[in-house]
Design a protein around this ligand. Structure first.
Ligand code: ZN
Length: 463
């Protein structure tokens, strides 16, 4: 008799693994923050120890940020290499915070640099075709330049602490809700600060267990505490839910493949932004003038109206996202995988608006608002989604005669430009061939192949 054959189970393919993951994912964990908790100074000078600590702490963290951004790969577990008056526990907290800051700085810088490289390649391509064809190079197009990023500088006193150095203890006394115990430079003499929550904050926290990590920051001479908790949100979207593409932009914050628009940076917001810019220009002039005359006190350059405007823009974005979600209650949302760098690329013609429009807040808000509601949302690669024809896949700048219009120069398909883009995004969900592309060049090649196939199917000559 043959011995029983024991066989290693075959490895699941990537697609099978993905499918399993998708099936398993019935909930997601959200981290919610409770902000605006003011630290009470029970008696004058009580928080002085914290002020002294944060000076040391910021200086130490800054050294690690610089190190992690320039020489060493950021790691929460990096060996301590800097001399400090702080305890080993505080030293570790500083390394961890620095690693987080450096990691995101490195990621964002790399994304911006990649966008620049692709931008440059595309520019070269356009320039080359302008030499051989009759289409002249658009005069507005300049060769993209790379400006090296500044290293992050820690200006605002902020501590992202863990339970090794800052502990929140429930208060026995009814006057306060908690005591915050903070280790200080003076070993064995922790600072104990009373914490009182507002009733709305207590309501938010009810039934949740607080995370042991806390954030402390100082603004305008006042210390603030931020607490957080994790919560599981079950995913409500049915597996069979229809997919709806969402295009993100300036003229329309959101355009869905169902043909609806939500919010806009044009109109009121644009007017306000213009006024703010004018105001700042006048202020800068005044500053320069006073400085020349040797005035000691100069008007500040920070703009309160600018901050108000940015807040207003974010509120408008949130409203647009909420309305879009309310009007598509059963849909699975597909939106662009956008980085701030690619946003800049997208808004090239409107760079001046970019800062105020805070465009990058849109995908963040879609992510947060859908997660909070247990709504399924996925990002897809967005390259050429605004230039690709949804009917024949032909990709060309010329398909966009103006900001609003899409008109395919091959098949004649016409649509609102943002609607065409949102249709493309919706269709890219589950498109594994496209998801596997590593850069814009590969995506362009794939779309060109699909266009040739479309032409064959329609009996058109293939180039
Ligand atoms: Zn077409």
């Amino acid at each position: 008799m043959d011995p029983p054959v024991s066989r290693k189970p075959e490895k699941a393919t990537e697609a099978e693994k993905k499918q399993r993951q998708r099936k398993k994912k019935t909930k997601q964990t959200l981290t919610c923050a409770v902000t605006h908790i003011r630290l009470i100074e029970a008696n004058a000078g009580k928080l002085e120890a914290l002020d002294q600590l944060v000076v040391e702490y910021l200086a130490l963290t800054q050294q690690y940020v610089t190190l992690f951004c320039t020489e060493v790969e950021p790691s929460r577990y990096a060996e301590p290499v800097v001399e400090t008056a702080l305890s080993d526990r505080w030293h570790r907290v500083a390394i961890q915070q620095a690693a987080g800051i450096a990691k995101s700085w490195r990621t964002n810088r790399q994304a911006a640099y990649d966008a620049y490289v692709e931008d440059l390649a595309e520019y070269a391509e356009v320039k080359a075709s302008a030499l051989t064809e009759v289409t002249p190079l658009a005069t507005s197009r300049k060769e993209p330049k790379w400006h090296e990023w500044n290293l992050p500088e820690l200006r605002v006193p902020c501590i992202q602490a863990n339970a090794n150095v800052v502990v929140l203890e429930p208060s026995e006394d009814s006057t306060f809700d908690y005591w915050l115990r903070i280790s200080t430079l003076d070993k064995g003499h922790p600072l104990r600060v009373p914490v009182r929550l507002a009733s709305y904050q207590k309501q938010t926290l009810e039934g949740h267990t607080l995370n042991t990590s806390t954030t402390l920051h100082k603004r305008n001479g006042v210390w603030w505490l931020t607490l957080s908790f994790d919560t599981d949100v079950p995913i409500e979207t049915e597996p069979s839910a229809p997919t709806v593409g969402v295009d993100v932009g300036i003229a329309n914050f959101l355009t869905t493949s169902t043909g609806k628009h939500y919010g806009s940076f044009h109109g009121t917001l644009r007017e306000r932004q213009k006024r703010d810019r004018e105001k700042r220009r006048r202020k800068a002039k005044l500053r320069a003038c006073l400085k020349k005359k040797g005035a000691e006190k100069l008007p500040s350059t920070s703009s309160a109206t600018g901050q108000r405007l940015a807040r207003h823009v974010r509120q408008s974005i949130n409203q647009a996202v909420n309305q879009m979600l309310a009007e598509h209650p059963d849909a699975r949302l597909i939106y662009e995988d956008l980085s701030v760098a690619s946003m800049r690329f997208k808004a090239r013609a409107m760079n001046a608006y970019l800062y105020a429009s805070n465009l990058a807040h849109i995908p963040k808000q879609i992510d947060w608002a859908t997660a909070k509601r247990g709504r399924a949302a996925h990002t897809v690669k967005a390259a050429y989604s605004s230039q690709e024809c949804v009917r024949c896949h032909y990709v060309d700048r010329a398909n966009r005669p103006d900001q609003k219009t899409f008109a395919c120069v091959v098949c004649g398909y016409r649509d609102h430009a943002d609607h065409n883009a949102s249709d493309n995004l919706a269709r890219r969900f589950g498109d594994q061939e496209l998801a596997a592309c590593r850069n814009k060049g590969e995506i362009k090649a794939l779309l060109r192949k699909r266009h040739e196939q479309w032409k064959q199917q329609h009996g058109l000559p293939v180039v």
